[in-house]
Design a protein around this ligand. Structure first.
Ligand code: ADP
Length: 449
């Protein structure tokens, strides 16, 4: 719509702005454009887009100004409706009791909800150029960065569990997830993410897991003590009888003349008691066989991190450096979490005990790889003295330690075998021992998860 300049009074709230804009335009002789409310004859104000253009003579002097006024009431209404809607949305986002964020397709932070800023005490600028690193616990950063950039590169969902630093320096556990928003051609235009506080739940779970591992260990130690007592008791009787009957046989043999029927029956009794002792031992062996394990899919790297943490709860076991390398994208495997955890704890503890008095720079390396035989092999490698007999150490009660029980490897092997896996030891060429745990990637039997 074309109207002349000065089509009605300017709204008092717009006056100063319009005047300033005019001053600038007049001084520069440049086109002018602004939004302004004008009063109509009926006294109501309406929004217009005002555009002014200078007309110059041949000498370049301004001789006239042309102006257009376009009614933009409808546009302004839509704009204001959009603003209200945006405010409502921001209100919803800020009231969600979690932290929200968004990033560009390349992973650069574009928005951070107020809660993140309050929690961290940082500003949006602090998050740019990987600045968010400073809010993640140093031990969790590598895994988080891996998961995040893998998602950015592949376009798959992002998931991570990590500790986030609060402004007072305390860390709390968070579960973060991110999803890409795509345009109609499938191109990612933005990533949206949510971080939920799982601190209490995580601590309760950790506590529960610690407790069950300690309980499993305690009950096993109790069983070992009871077992040792009953083995001694059960074997004592036949052994005493074997000894007595052998003495008797010897006496009857040395008699003049030797009493062969008595020798014969003493040997018969000796054989009977030896069989009884053997049966007792077979019964005890059966006790060690684990026929039922409750399997659930679990991530070996997660369990390993957990096992290392448990071992390092013992202040004496913290000094040894532990390096670990896991194949990328290792699949979760069906295991009895508590039992395999116990195997890992045993192997790591043994490795630490093997290196701690032996080396100037003790080192333990842990690797996990997927083989082409549908299994995963976990290796615990140390640079200690190595093992004398790689088979004998798996027998119960074999120990070289002053306070050792000699049960760790026996129990560990029975656990791994109950998972249809294998546990064996070897010496490395560089010196030191390698303990290998091979576990099937999939398994027939009761598996959940
Ligand atoms: P314990 O630790 O109570 O002795 P284990 O069954 O776990 O019982 O270990 C049996 C023995 O195997 C140990 O006493 C030790 O002699 C040997 N052993 C286990 N792990 C290692 C290792 N990493 N390096 C050298 N020897 C080891």
């Amino acid at each position: 719509m074309w109207v002349g300049v000065g089509g009605g009074a300017v709204h008092p709230e717009d006056f100063d702005r319009v005047l300033a804009s005019w001053r600038v335009a007049l001084a520069a002789g440049a086109p002018i454009e602004h939004e302004v409310r004008f009063r109509r004859a009926d006294g109501t104000y309406h929004w217009f887009l005002y555009r002014g253009l200078p007309l110059r003579d041949d000498g370049g002097n301004i001789v006239k100004w042309y102006a257009t006024l376009t009614n933009i009431d409808a546009l302004k209404q839509t704009e204001s409706a959009l603003q209200t809607r945006e405010q409502e949305l921001v209100g919803i986002i800020e009231t969600i009791p979690s932290m929200l964020w968004s990033t560009s397709p390349t992973g650069e932070v574009t928005h951070i909800s107020q809660r993140v800023l309050e929690y961290t005490g940082l500003s949006l600028e602090d998050f740019l150029d990987l600045g968010w690193k400073r809010m993640i616990h140093p031990d969790d950063f590598e895994d988080t960065a891996k998961a995040f950039f893998r998602a950015i590169q592949s376009g798959d969902s992002y998931r991570a569990t990590h500790r986030l630093r609060r402004r007072d320096g305390e860390y709390r556990w968070y579960y973060a997830s991110g999803e890409p928003l795509r345009d109609s051609d499938g191109r990612i235009i933005q990533w949206y993410g949510l971080s939920i506080d799982i601190d209490e739940r995580k601590r309760a779970e950790d506590h529960l897991r610690d407790t069950s591992i300690k309980l499993a260990k305690a009950s096993r130690l109790a069983t070992v003590a009871e077992l040792a007592g009953s083995i001694a008791h059960e074997l004592n009787q036949p052994l005493m009888a074997i000894s007595a009957n052998s003495q008797a046989a010897k006496r009857w043999l040395n008699a003049a003349p030797p009493n062969m029927p008595e020798v014969n029956s003493a040997i018969e009794r000796t054989l009977r008691d030896a069989r009884a002792a053997d049966e007792t031992i077979q019964r005890i062996r059966k006790l060690f066989k684990r026929e039922s394990v409750v399997k659930k899919k679990a991530s070996i790297p997660d369990m390993m991190t957990e096992a290392i943490r448990l071992v390092q709860e013992d202040p004496n076991k913290r000094a040894v450096q532990i390096d670990w390398h896991f194949d990328e994208n290792l699949p979760a495997i069906p295991v009895d979490h508590i039992q395999i955890q116990e195997v890992l704890v045993n192997l790591i503890s043994n490795a630490i005990e093997a290196v701690e008095n032996d080396r100037v720079s003790p080192l333990i390396t842990i690797r996990a790889t997927e083989t082409d035989q549908n299994e995963m092999v976990i290796r615990v490698i140390d640079n200690g003295p190595g093992v004398n007999d790689p088979e004998e150490i798996f027998d119960a009660f074999v120990t070289t330690k002053a306070k050792g029980m000699g049960m760790g490897l026996a129990v560990s092997r029975s656990i791994v075998e109950a998972h249809s896996g294998r546990l064996w030891a070897e010496n490395s060429k560089a010196g030191g021992a390698i303990f290998n745990v091979a576990l099937p990637l999939s398994h027939a039997g009761p598996t959940t998860g």
